[in-house]
Design a protein around this ligand. Structure first.
Ligand SMILES: [Zn+2]
Length: 484
Protein backbone atom coordinates (compact mmCIF):
# COMPACT_ATOMS: atom_id res chain seq x y z
CA UNK A 1 0.00 0.00 0.00
CA UNK A 2 1.32 3.45 -0.90
CA UNK A 3 2.13 5.90 1.86
CA UNK A 4 -0.56 8.33 0.72
CA UNK A 5 -3.10 5.51 0.76
CA UNK A 6 -2.00 4.44 4.23
CA UNK A 7 -2.26 8.02 5.44
CA UNK A 8 -5.63 8.44 3.79
CA UNK A 9 -6.94 5.30 5.37
CA UNK A 10 -5.54 6.34 8.75
CA UNK A 11 -7.33 9.60 8.56
CA UNK A 12 -10.53 7.96 7.44
CA UNK A 13 -10.39 5.45 10.21
CA UNK A 14 -9.68 8.21 12.67
CA UNK A 15 -12.86 9.93 11.61
CA UNK A 16 -14.80 6.84 11.14
CA UNK A 17 -13.46 5.88 13.12
CA UNK A 18 -50.45 -6.17 22.03
CA UNK A 19 -50.10 -7.95 25.23
CA UNK A 20 -51.04 -5.55 27.95
CA UNK A 21 -48.92 -5.89 31.05
CA UNK A 22 -50.66 -6.06 34.37
CA UNK A 23 -51.05 -2.61 35.78
CA UNK A 24 -48.52 -1.28 33.28
CA UNK A 25 -50.53 1.54 31.75
CA UNK A 26 -48.31 4.54 32.44
CA UNK A 27 -49.89 7.37 34.34
CA UNK A 28 -50.43 10.41 32.18
CA UNK A 29 -47.53 12.80 32.73
CA UNK A 30 -48.12 16.50 33.20
CA UNK A 31 -47.39 17.25 29.55
CA UNK A 32 -49.96 14.76 28.30
CA UNK A 33 -52.96 16.18 26.60
CA UNK A 34 -55.73 14.15 25.12
CA UNK A 35 -56.27 14.75 21.46
CA UNK A 36 -59.46 16.67 20.82
CA UNK A 37 -62.38 14.35 20.36
CA UNK A 38 -63.71 14.48 16.85
CA UNK A 39 -67.26 13.80 15.82
CA UNK A 40 -67.40 10.19 14.63
CA UNK A 41 -68.90 9.85 11.16
CA UNK A 42 -71.01 6.84 10.30
CA UNK A 43 -69.08 3.58 10.18
CA UNK A 44 -69.78 3.23 6.47
CA UNK A 45 -67.83 6.41 5.79
CA UNK A 46 -64.66 5.00 7.29
CA UNK A 47 -61.65 5.36 5.03
CA UNK A 48 -59.59 2.25 4.47
CA UNK A 49 -55.89 2.87 5.08
CA UNK A 50 -52.85 0.59 5.00
CA UNK A 51 -52.06 0.54 8.71
CA UNK A 52 -53.67 1.67 11.94
CA UNK A 53 -51.60 1.55 15.13
CA UNK A 54 -53.75 1.97 18.20
CA UNK A 55 -53.64 2.07 22.01
CA UNK A 56 -49.99 3.17 22.16
CA UNK A 57 -48.58 6.06 24.17
CA UNK A 58 -47.72 8.48 21.36
CA UNK A 59 -44.73 10.78 21.80
CA UNK A 60 -45.48 12.93 18.76
CA UNK A 61 -42.46 15.25 18.78
CA UNK A 62 -44.73 17.76 17.02
CA UNK A 63 -44.33 21.51 17.49
CA UNK A 64 -46.07 21.44 20.88
CA UNK A 65 -44.49 18.08 21.88
CA UNK A 66 -47.90 16.50 22.46
CA UNK A 67 -48.03 13.12 24.17
CA UNK A 68 -51.24 11.11 23.65
CA UNK A 69 -51.87 8.39 26.23
CA UNK A 70 -53.39 6.46 24.68
CA UNK A 71 -53.37 7.49 21.04
CA UNK A 72 -53.63 6.03 17.56
CA UNK A 73 -52.12 6.72 14.16
CA UNK A 74 -53.45 6.06 10.66
CA UNK A 75 -50.87 5.45 7.91
CA UNK A 76 -51.54 5.25 4.18
CA UNK A 77 -49.12 5.18 1.30
CA UNK A 78 -45.92 6.81 2.47
CA UNK A 79 -47.62 9.19 4.89
CA UNK A 80 -49.13 9.60 8.33
CA UNK A 81 -52.71 10.64 7.61
CA UNK A 82 -54.10 11.14 11.13
CA UNK A 83 -53.04 11.19 14.80
CA UNK A 84 -55.80 11.12 17.40
CA UNK A 85 -57.41 9.16 20.23
CA UNK A 86 -58.00 5.44 19.56
CA UNK A 87 -61.77 6.05 19.43
CA UNK A 88 -61.49 8.93 16.98
CA UNK A 89 -59.14 7.00 14.67
CA UNK A 90 -61.39 3.91 14.84
CA UNK A 91 -64.37 6.05 13.88
CA UNK A 92 -62.67 7.49 10.80
CA UNK A 93 -60.31 4.77 9.56
CA UNK A 94 -60.22 1.04 8.95
CA UNK A 95 -56.70 -0.37 8.68
CA UNK A 96 -55.94 -3.22 6.29
CA UNK A 97 -53.49 -4.03 9.08
CA UNK A 98 -54.06 -3.02 12.70
CA UNK A 99 -51.23 -3.08 15.21
CA UNK A 100 -52.12 -3.04 18.91
CA UNK A 101 -49.57 -0.75 20.52
CA UNK A 102 -50.71 -1.32 24.10
CA UNK A 103 -47.79 -1.20 26.52
CA UNK A 104 -45.61 0.48 23.89
CA UNK A 105 -44.49 3.99 23.01
CA UNK A 106 -45.03 5.08 19.41
CA UNK A 107 -42.57 7.74 18.32
CA UNK A 108 -40.85 9.09 15.21
CA UNK A 109 -37.98 6.88 14.01
CA UNK A 110 -34.53 7.99 15.14
CA UNK A 111 -32.33 10.06 12.81
CA UNK A 112 -28.60 9.24 12.88
CA UNK A 113 -26.74 12.25 11.46
CA UNK A 114 -23.23 10.80 11.13
CA UNK A 115 -21.59 7.49 10.40
CA UNK A 116 -19.80 5.07 8.13
CA UNK A 117 -22.21 2.14 7.85
CA UNK A 118 -19.94 -0.58 6.41
CA UNK A 119 -17.49 -0.08 9.28
CA UNK A 120 -19.76 -2.41 11.29
CA UNK A 121 -17.57 -5.09 9.71
CA UNK A 122 -14.59 -3.63 11.65
CA UNK A 123 -16.55 -3.48 14.93
CA UNK A 124 -14.31 -4.34 17.87
CA UNK A 125 -11.16 -4.66 15.79
CA UNK A 126 -8.43 -3.53 18.22
CA UNK A 127 -9.54 -1.80 21.39
CA UNK A 128 -8.03 0.38 24.10
CA UNK A 129 -5.08 1.37 21.96
CA UNK A 130 -3.32 4.58 21.25
CA UNK A 131 -5.09 5.92 18.16
CA UNK A 132 -2.14 5.61 15.75
CA UNK A 133 -1.36 2.06 16.94
CA UNK A 134 -4.97 1.09 16.40
CA UNK A 135 -5.01 2.60 12.94
CA UNK A 136 -1.68 1.26 11.76
CA UNK A 137 -2.01 -2.25 13.14
CA UNK A 138 -5.70 -2.81 12.55
CA UNK A 139 -7.89 -0.38 10.65
CA UNK A 140 -5.57 0.47 7.69
CA UNK A 141 -4.50 -3.01 6.79
CA UNK A 142 -8.09 -4.19 7.09
CA UNK A 143 -9.56 -1.43 4.93
CA UNK A 144 -6.75 -1.62 2.38
CA UNK A 145 -7.39 -5.32 1.75
CA UNK A 146 -11.07 -5.68 2.48
CA UNK A 147 -12.96 -2.67 1.10
CA UNK A 148 -14.60 -3.76 -2.16
CA UNK A 149 -18.14 -3.23 -3.51
CA UNK A 150 -19.16 -6.63 -2.07
CA UNK A 151 -17.69 -5.80 1.37
CA UNK A 152 -19.51 -2.46 1.39
CA UNK A 153 -22.79 -4.11 0.39
CA UNK A 154 -22.55 -6.75 3.14
CA UNK A 155 -21.52 -4.10 5.67
CA UNK A 156 -24.46 -1.89 4.73
CA UNK A 157 -26.89 -4.80 5.07
CA UNK A 158 -25.49 -5.69 8.49
CA UNK A 159 -25.69 -2.05 9.56
CA UNK A 160 -29.26 -1.82 8.18
CA UNK A 161 -30.30 -4.84 10.25
CA UNK A 162 -28.82 -3.27 13.37
CA UNK A 163 -30.40 0.12 12.64
CA UNK A 164 -33.86 -1.32 11.91
CA UNK A 165 -33.64 -3.42 15.07
CA UNK A 166 -32.67 -0.39 17.19
CA UNK A 167 -35.17 2.15 15.87
CA UNK A 168 -33.13 4.21 13.41
CA UNK A 169 -35.18 5.05 10.33
CA UNK A 170 -32.93 7.68 8.72
CA UNK A 171 -29.15 7.61 8.67
CA UNK A 172 -26.24 9.53 7.21
CA UNK A 173 -23.20 7.97 5.64
CA UNK A 174 -19.87 8.82 4.09
CA UNK A 175 -17.80 5.89 2.84
CA UNK A 176 -16.75 4.27 -0.46
CA UNK A 177 -18.67 2.68 -3.33
CA UNK A 178 -21.60 4.77 -2.10
CA UNK A 179 -23.82 3.56 -4.96
CA UNK A 180 -23.64 0.07 -3.42
CA UNK A 181 -24.56 1.54 -0.04
CA UNK A 182 -27.50 3.39 -1.64
CA UNK A 183 -28.81 0.25 -3.36
CA UNK A 184 -28.51 -1.88 -0.21
CA UNK A 185 -30.14 0.87 1.89
CA UNK A 186 -33.10 1.24 -0.49
CA UNK A 187 -33.58 -2.55 -0.58
CA UNK A 188 -33.57 -2.64 3.23
CA UNK A 189 -36.16 0.16 3.16
CA UNK A 190 -34.26 2.74 5.22
CA UNK A 191 -34.09 6.46 4.49
CA UNK A 192 -30.59 7.92 4.15
CA UNK A 193 -28.43 10.88 3.23
CA UNK A 194 -25.39 9.36 1.54
CA UNK A 195 -22.15 10.84 0.25
CA UNK A 196 -19.13 9.39 -1.50
CA UNK A 197 -16.05 10.29 0.59
CA UNK A 198 -13.73 12.60 -1.36
CA UNK A 199 -10.01 12.63 -0.47
CA UNK A 200 -6.82 14.06 -1.86
CA UNK A 201 -5.20 10.61 -1.54
CA UNK A 202 -6.07 7.49 -3.47
CA UNK A 203 -9.13 5.94 -1.81
CA UNK A 204 -10.58 2.44 -2.28
CA UNK A 205 -12.73 3.71 -5.16
CA UNK A 206 -11.02 6.85 -6.54
CA UNK A 207 -7.37 7.40 -7.40
CA UNK A 208 -7.65 11.19 -7.34
CA UNK A 209 -9.98 13.84 -5.90
CA UNK A 210 -11.09 14.59 -9.48
CA UNK A 211 -12.21 10.98 -9.82
CA UNK A 212 -13.98 11.28 -6.46
CA UNK A 213 -15.80 14.40 -7.65
CA UNK A 214 -16.79 12.68 -10.90
CA UNK A 215 -18.12 9.66 -8.98
CA UNK A 216 -20.04 12.04 -6.72
CA UNK A 217 -21.66 13.85 -9.67
CA UNK A 218 -22.70 10.54 -11.20
CA UNK A 219 -24.15 9.51 -7.83
CA UNK A 220 -26.04 12.83 -7.47
CA UNK A 221 -27.64 12.29 -10.88
CA UNK A 222 -28.41 8.58 -10.36
CA UNK A 223 -30.26 9.06 -7.05
CA UNK A 224 -31.92 12.44 -7.71
CA UNK A 225 -35.58 12.34 -6.60
CA UNK A 226 -35.25 8.89 -5.03
CA UNK A 227 -38.00 8.46 -2.39
CA UNK A 228 -35.55 7.19 0.27
CA UNK A 229 -32.04 8.23 -0.76
CA UNK A 230 -30.79 11.82 -0.65
CA UNK A 231 -27.43 11.95 -2.43
CA UNK A 232 -24.92 14.33 -0.85
CA UNK A 233 -21.45 15.73 -1.46
CA UNK A 234 -19.01 14.48 1.18
CA UNK A 235 -15.57 16.10 1.26
CA UNK A 236 -13.82 14.21 4.03
CA UNK A 237 -12.15 16.98 6.10
CA UNK A 238 -9.88 19.98 5.84
CA UNK A 239 -6.73 17.93 6.48
CA UNK A 240 -7.49 15.35 3.77
CA UNK A 241 -8.31 17.83 0.98
CA UNK A 242 -6.74 20.79 -0.79
CA UNK A 243 -8.66 24.06 -0.95
CA UNK A 244 -9.47 23.85 -4.71
CA UNK A 245 -11.17 20.47 -4.11
CA UNK A 246 -13.12 21.88 -1.14
CA UNK A 247 -14.30 24.72 -3.41
CA UNK A 248 -15.24 22.23 -6.13
CA UNK A 249 -17.29 20.25 -3.56
CA UNK A 250 -19.24 23.38 -2.61
CA UNK A 251 -19.84 24.18 -6.30
CA UNK A 252 -21.09 20.64 -6.94
CA UNK A 253 -23.47 20.77 -3.94
CA UNK A 254 -24.80 24.14 -5.15
CA UNK A 255 -25.23 22.89 -8.73
CA UNK A 256 -27.49 20.03 -7.58
CA UNK A 257 -28.97 21.62 -4.43
CA UNK A 258 -27.46 18.67 -2.57
CA UNK A 259 -26.49 18.51 1.10
CA UNK A 260 -22.78 18.85 1.89
CA UNK A 261 -21.47 16.75 4.78
CA UNK A 262 -17.96 17.05 6.22
CA UNK A 263 -15.98 16.27 9.37
CA UNK A 264 -15.16 19.38 11.42
CA UNK A 265 -12.78 19.92 14.34
CA UNK A 266 -12.94 16.37 15.65
CA UNK A 267 -9.53 16.31 17.30
CA UNK A 268 -6.97 18.72 18.67
CA UNK A 269 -4.61 17.59 15.88
CA UNK A 270 -7.03 19.08 13.34
CA UNK A 271 -6.82 22.42 15.16
CA UNK A 272 -3.02 22.29 14.83
CA UNK A 273 -3.23 21.47 11.11
CA UNK A 274 -5.62 24.36 10.44
CA UNK A 275 -3.34 26.73 12.32
CA UNK A 276 -0.19 25.56 10.55
CA UNK A 277 -1.62 25.50 7.03
CA UNK A 278 -4.20 28.26 7.17
CA UNK A 279 -3.46 30.30 10.30
CA UNK A 280 -7.06 29.71 11.30
CA UNK A 281 -9.31 27.53 13.42
CA UNK A 282 -10.82 24.55 11.53
CA UNK A 283 -14.14 26.41 11.30
CA UNK A 284 -12.50 29.56 9.94
CA UNK A 285 -10.33 27.50 7.59
CA UNK A 286 -13.40 25.92 5.98
CA UNK A 287 -15.11 29.34 5.94
CA UNK A 288 -12.10 30.74 4.06
CA UNK A 289 -12.21 27.76 1.70
CA UNK A 290 -15.83 28.62 0.86
CA UNK A 291 -17.22 25.34 2.20
CA UNK A 292 -20.01 26.74 4.37
CA UNK A 293 -23.26 27.19 2.49
CA UNK A 294 -26.83 25.96 2.34
CA UNK A 295 -27.80 22.51 3.64
CA UNK A 296 -24.42 21.83 5.24
CA UNK A 297 -23.81 19.40 8.10
CA UNK A 298 -20.53 19.36 10.04
CA UNK A 299 -19.80 16.23 12.05
CA UNK A 300 -18.27 16.44 15.55
CA UNK A 301 -17.43 20.13 16.13
CA UNK A 302 -15.53 19.15 19.26
CA UNK A 303 -12.87 21.84 18.99
CA UNK A 304 -14.90 24.94 18.17
CA UNK A 305 -14.63 28.28 19.96
CA UNK A 306 -17.33 30.85 20.68
CA UNK A 307 -16.35 32.84 17.54
CA UNK A 308 -16.45 29.58 15.55
CA UNK A 309 -20.00 28.93 16.77
CA UNK A 310 -20.93 32.44 15.56
CA UNK A 311 -19.44 31.62 12.14
CA UNK A 312 -21.44 28.38 11.94
CA UNK A 313 -24.61 30.17 13.04
CA UNK A 314 -24.16 32.97 10.48
CA UNK A 315 -23.67 30.35 7.72
CA UNK A 316 -26.62 28.27 9.06
CA UNK A 317 -24.41 25.17 9.28
CA UNK A 318 -25.85 22.26 11.28
CA UNK A 319 -23.72 20.10 13.59
CA UNK A 320 -23.79 16.36 14.27
CA UNK A 321 -22.98 15.46 17.91
CA UNK A 322 -21.24 12.07 18.28
CA UNK A 323 -20.76 11.61 22.03
CA UNK A 324 -19.81 7.93 22.15
CA UNK A 325 -17.13 8.13 19.46
CA UNK A 326 -15.75 11.34 20.97
CA UNK A 327 -15.51 9.67 24.40
CA UNK A 328 -14.11 6.33 23.19
CA UNK A 329 -11.35 8.01 21.16
CA UNK A 330 -10.86 10.63 23.89
CA UNK A 331 -11.35 13.33 21.23
CA UNK A 332 -13.00 15.73 23.65
CA UNK A 333 -16.47 17.09 24.42
CA UNK A 334 -18.30 19.20 21.84
CA UNK A 335 -19.73 22.43 23.33
CA UNK A 336 -23.28 21.35 22.51
CA UNK A 337 -24.90 23.46 25.22
CA UNK A 338 -23.27 26.60 23.81
CA UNK A 339 -24.23 25.61 20.27
CA UNK A 340 -27.87 25.18 21.28
CA UNK A 341 -27.81 28.49 23.17
CA UNK A 342 -26.51 30.15 20.00
CA UNK A 343 -29.40 28.69 18.00
CA UNK A 344 -27.41 26.16 15.95
CA UNK A 345 -29.27 23.15 14.59
CA UNK A 346 -27.75 20.07 16.23
CA UNK A 347 -28.45 16.43 15.37
CA UNK A 348 -27.17 13.26 17.05
CA UNK A 349 -24.92 10.61 15.51
CA UNK A 350 -23.18 7.37 16.38
CA UNK A 351 -20.20 7.69 14.00
CA UNK A 352 -18.89 4.41 12.55
CA UNK A 353 -19.19 1.24 14.61
CA UNK A 354 -15.39 0.90 14.69
CA UNK A 355 -15.30 3.80 17.17
CA UNK A 356 -18.55 3.41 19.14
CA UNK A 357 -18.96 0.22 18.93
CA UNK A 358 -22.61 0.04 17.90
CA UNK A 359 -25.31 2.00 16.08
CA UNK A 360 -27.80 2.23 18.98
CA UNK A 361 -29.21 5.77 18.97
CA UNK A 362 -30.95 5.25 22.32
CA UNK A 363 -27.53 4.69 23.86
CA UNK A 364 -26.22 7.78 22.01
CA UNK A 365 -29.03 9.86 23.56
CA UNK A 366 -28.22 8.69 27.07
CA UNK A 367 -24.44 9.08 26.74
CA UNK A 368 -24.81 12.42 24.96
CA UNK A 369 -26.93 13.85 27.73
CA UNK A 370 -24.67 12.46 30.47
CA UNK A 371 -21.49 13.75 28.80
CA UNK A 372 -22.81 17.32 28.69
CA UNK A 373 -24.11 17.18 32.28
CA UNK A 374 -20.73 15.92 33.47
CA UNK A 375 -18.56 18.41 31.58
CA UNK A 376 -20.78 21.32 32.65
CA UNK A 377 -21.16 20.12 36.26
CA UNK A 378 -24.87 20.76 35.81
CA UNK A 379 -27.55 18.02 35.65
CA UNK A 380 -30.04 20.50 34.23
CA UNK A 381 -28.29 20.86 30.85
CA UNK A 382 -29.37 18.85 27.82
CA UNK A 383 -32.63 17.63 29.38
CA UNK A 384 -34.45 14.59 28.03
CA UNK A 385 -36.80 16.55 25.76
CA UNK A 386 -33.90 18.41 24.12
CA UNK A 387 -32.02 15.15 23.63
CA UNK A 388 -35.05 13.46 22.08
CA UNK A 389 -35.51 16.47 19.78
CA UNK A 390 -31.89 16.13 18.67
CA UNK A 391 -32.40 12.45 17.84
CA UNK A 392 -35.64 13.06 15.89
CA UNK A 393 -37.00 16.38 14.61
CA UNK A 394 -33.81 18.42 14.99
CA UNK A 395 -31.66 15.74 13.34
CA UNK A 396 -34.12 15.65 10.45
CA UNK A 397 -33.94 19.46 10.19
CA UNK A 398 -30.14 19.31 10.31
CA UNK A 399 -30.25 17.03 7.26
CA UNK A 400 -32.81 19.23 5.49
CA UNK A 401 -35.46 16.49 5.69
CA UNK A 402 -38.54 18.46 6.76
CA UNK A 403 -40.78 15.50 5.89
CA UNK A 404 -39.65 13.33 8.83
CA UNK A 405 -38.89 13.66 12.55
CA UNK A 406 -42.40 13.95 14.04
CA UNK A 407 -45.68 12.05 14.24
CA UNK A 408 -47.96 14.48 12.41
CA UNK A 409 -50.46 14.22 9.54
CA UNK A 410 -48.67 14.90 6.25
CA UNK A 411 -45.24 13.73 7.45
CA UNK A 412 -43.76 10.56 6.02
CA UNK A 413 -44.67 7.49 8.06
CA UNK A 414 -41.26 6.86 9.69
CA UNK A 415 -42.53 5.37 12.93
CA UNK A 416 -41.24 3.00 15.62
CA UNK A 417 -42.82 1.20 18.56
CA UNK A 418 -40.80 0.84 21.78
CA UNK A 419 -41.81 -1.89 24.22
CA UNK A 420 -42.27 -0.71 27.81
CA UNK A 421 -43.56 -3.96 29.33
CA UNK A 422 -40.33 -5.51 30.59
CA UNK A 423 -38.81 -5.31 34.08
CA UNK A 424 -36.24 -2.64 33.15
CA UNK A 425 -38.95 -0.44 31.64
CA UNK A 426 -41.26 -0.61 34.67
CA UNK A 427 -42.66 1.72 35.92
CA UNK A 428 -43.03 4.77 33.65
CA UNK A 429 -43.63 8.24 35.02
CA UNK A 430 -42.46 10.32 32.05
CA UNK A 431 -42.40 8.72 28.59
CA UNK A 432 -39.87 11.23 27.19
CA UNK A 433 -37.38 10.72 30.02
CA UNK A 434 -38.01 6.98 29.68
CA UNK A 435 -37.01 6.98 26.01
CA UNK A 436 -33.78 8.88 26.71
CA UNK A 437 -32.65 7.36 30.02
CA UNK A 438 -34.17 3.86 30.10
CA UNK A 439 -34.92 2.52 26.63
CA UNK A 440 -32.44 0.44 24.62
CA UNK A 441 -32.44 -0.23 20.91
CA UNK A 442 -33.45 -3.82 21.68
CA UNK A 443 -36.77 -2.53 23.05
CA UNK A 444 -37.91 -1.52 19.55
CA UNK A 445 -40.49 -4.03 18.31
CA UNK A 446 -41.78 -2.45 15.10
CA UNK A 447 -40.21 -0.16 12.54
CA UNK A 448 -41.96 1.54 9.63
CA UNK A 449 -40.24 3.73 7.03
CA UNK A 450 -42.06 5.64 4.28
CA UNK A 451 -45.21 3.69 5.21
CA UNK A 452 -43.56 0.30 4.75
CA UNK A 453 -43.24 -2.10 7.69
CA UNK A 454 -39.55 -3.08 7.94
CA UNK A 455 -39.81 -4.94 11.25
CA UNK A 456 -42.86 -6.37 13.03
CA UNK A 457 -42.61 -7.93 16.50
CA UNK A 458 -38.78 -7.96 16.25
CA UNK A 459 -38.79 -9.81 12.90
CA UNK A 460 -37.06 -7.87 10.09
CA UNK A 461 -39.07 -8.29 6.90
CA UNK A 462 -36.81 -6.68 4.30
CA UNK A 463 -33.55 -8.54 4.85
CA UNK A 464 -32.64 -12.21 5.19
CA UNK A 465 -31.01 -11.91 8.58
CA UNK A 466 -29.23 -15.31 8.76
CA UNK A 467 -27.83 -14.81 5.24
CA UNK A 468 -26.54 -11.31 6.04
CA UNK A 469 -24.92 -12.48 9.26
CA UNK A 470 -23.27 -15.41 7.47
CA UNK A 471 -21.90 -13.04 4.78
CA UNK A 472 -20.63 -10.71 7.52
CA UNK A 473 -18.81 -13.62 9.19
CA UNK A 474 -17.10 -14.39 5.87
CA UNK A 475 -16.14 -10.72 5.47
CA UNK A 476 -14.70 -10.78 9.01
CA UNK A 477 -12.46 -13.68 7.96
CA UNK A 478 -11.00 -11.42 5.25
CA UNK A 479 -10.46 -8.72 7.89
CA UNK A 480 -8.77 -11.24 10.25
CA UNK A 481 -6.42 -12.38 7.50
CA UNK A 482 -5.60 -8.74 6.67
CA UNK A 483 -4.44 -7.90 10.19
CA UNK A 484 -2.60 -11.14 10.98
ZN1 LIG B 1 -16.88 10.12 10.84
Amino acid sequence: MSRPLRLALALIALLGAGRPAMGQTPPAPARTRQAPATAAPAAAARRTVAVVITNATIVTQDASRRVLAPGAVAIDGANIVAVDTPAAIAARFAGRQTIDGRGQILMPGLVNTHGHAPMVLLRGLGSDLNLMDWLQKYIFPAEAKAVTPAFVRTGTQLAALEMIRSGTTTYTDMYYFEEEIAKATAEAGLRAVLGETILKFPSPDAKTPEEGLARTEKFLVAFKNHPLITPAVAPHALYTLEIPTLKACRALADKYGAPLIIHLAETRAEVDTAKETGNATPTQYLQNAGVWGPRTLAAHGVWVSAPDIAVLKAANVAVSYNPESNMKLASGTAPIVDMLAAGLRVGLGTDGAASNNDLDMFEAMRFGSFQQKLIRNDPRVLPAQTMLDMATRDGAAALGLAEVGAIEPGKRADVILVDTRGPRETPIFDPVAHLVYVAHGDDVTTSIVNGKILMRDRRVLTLNEPAVIAAAQRAADVVRAAVK
